[in-house]
Design a protein around this ligand. Sequence first.
Ligand SMILES: Cc1cc2nc3c(=O)[nH]c(=O)nc-3n(C[C@H](O)[C@H](O)[C@H](O)COP(=O)(O)OP(=O)(O)OC[C@H]3O[C@@H](n4cnc5c(N)ncnc54)[C@H](O)[C@@H]3O)c2cc1C
Ligand code: HEM
Length: 408
Amino acid sequence: MLSEKTINIVKEITPAVAANAETITRRFYERMFAGNPEVKAFFNQAHQHSGGQQRALAGAICAYFTHIDNLEALTPAVELIAQKHCSLGIKKEHYPIVGKHLLAAIKDVMGHAATDEIIAAVAEAYGLLAQVCIDRESQIYADQQAKQGGWNGYRRFVIDRKEPESEIVTSFYLKPADDQPLPKYLPGQYITVRLDHPTTPTSPRNYSLSDRPGNDYFRISVKREPALADGAPNGLISNYLHDGLDVGDSLDVGPPCGEFTIDPAATNGRPIAFLAGGIGVTPLLAMAKSLAQASVATPICFVQAAKNSRVHALGAEVRELSTKSSNFRTKIIYDAPLPDDVGTGKCDKEGIVTKEALREWTPVDDAEFYLCGPAPFMTSVMSSLRELGVDEARVRHEFFGPQQSIPT
Ligand SMILES: Cc1cc2nc3c(=O)[nH]c(=O)nc-3n(C[C@H](O)[C@H](O)[C@H](O)COP(=O)(O)OP(=O)(O)OC[C@H]3O[C@@H](n4cnc5c(N)ncnc54)[C@H](O)[C@@H]3O)c2cc1C
Ligand code: HEM
């Protein structure tokens, strides 16, 4: 518990911290990578360059300060962070490093305004949040270890099969090198892949498990990143998976993590609508296939948006949901169809997922929505859902990168 004095100080400084939050987190990462370079390997440098990670941390700090006297409100955010940390192997001994550099960054940015009393209050508040994360993370690590077939840290896997799903997406079927069983995971969870890139030291990457649990393999479906005109680095791991690794090659895999999941045994009878944009289909397909396998009787709609048939991945598996289960409805929509995509049944509609399409295809009044896709897709779909009066409590989403807010 925080002292009342600390709570009051944190409340007082929240507007000033919020106004400078991203400057503080940028400074924090500069300091931490310079002072403790050993932790840099955990961090995806693409997320540093895009500023996504600085924004996500700034958002988390502001949310914490805003809810300093109502920590319950932070439970979903803490779960997301703890799952991410556990996917990467963050340990309790790392927290003092982050705390030290965060406080120093606040001092750097706020200057004289950050009095000793304020810094002491922020240190106390950081200590509490750190403890909340550490406690949840140690529980997750213990659960991972206790599961049948489970493990902590990295385990060696071998690429058993490599299946092209489209011109830009390939599925990798991964089996443990030790031939021991795999743990059950929740559909929607992701694994962490760590590999030795031949030229560039890299941090691990997360990939959603794109098939339902219960198989003797983990499947990930990876999109190749396109070459950039200015020659800037792109697709370090995804392109190396496509071009540099083959059947029989091995890589390190972290245990399944993530809170963007669905429990087939707890759908409450509510209709479910999956809205997938591009490669965002992966966690949603795992969820939908699990519901189909569990014969969940509720109405389920799966909308898959892609550019065209050349890049459309896993469409046959999406279609199969509705051919095999009568409560499933699937819709495929292309926003840049090729000439022979039109009128040949490859897609149901041309264009983007509009409000009208959502009204026609999904039970907007009572469905629970699961969204995953690139930011423009999420923004557009979310704005349509808002216009249709869908309460945000009925919408869950995941970004393939640091968490961001979906603009209103
Ligand atoms: C929970 C989760 C689930 C995911 N699931 C999937 C999935 O199922 N399938 C899938 O394909 N992906 C998935 N991803 C995304 C995946 O983790 C990788 O981010 C993606 O494969 C790109 O990684 P990369 O190493 O290939 O590209 P990177 O090299 O990391 O490049 C990504 C972007 O950052 C830019 N960039 C990188 N380095 C720099 C630099 N130094 N300066 C400027 N710009 C830079 C690149 O130009 C590019 O636009 C998921 C991510 C998360 C968080
Ligand atoms: C209370 C302290 C902490 C808070 C509030 C915090 C918050 C966050 C947040 C909000 C994210 C983004 C999650 C997402 O949207 O994907 C994140 C990711 C991450 N955190 Fe923490 N964190 C804390 C401590 C730590 C510590 C001690 C480490 C270890 C060095 C750490 C390492 C990471 C890494 C490696 C990522 C992933 C970054 C990436 O995508 O590159 N964090 N954290």
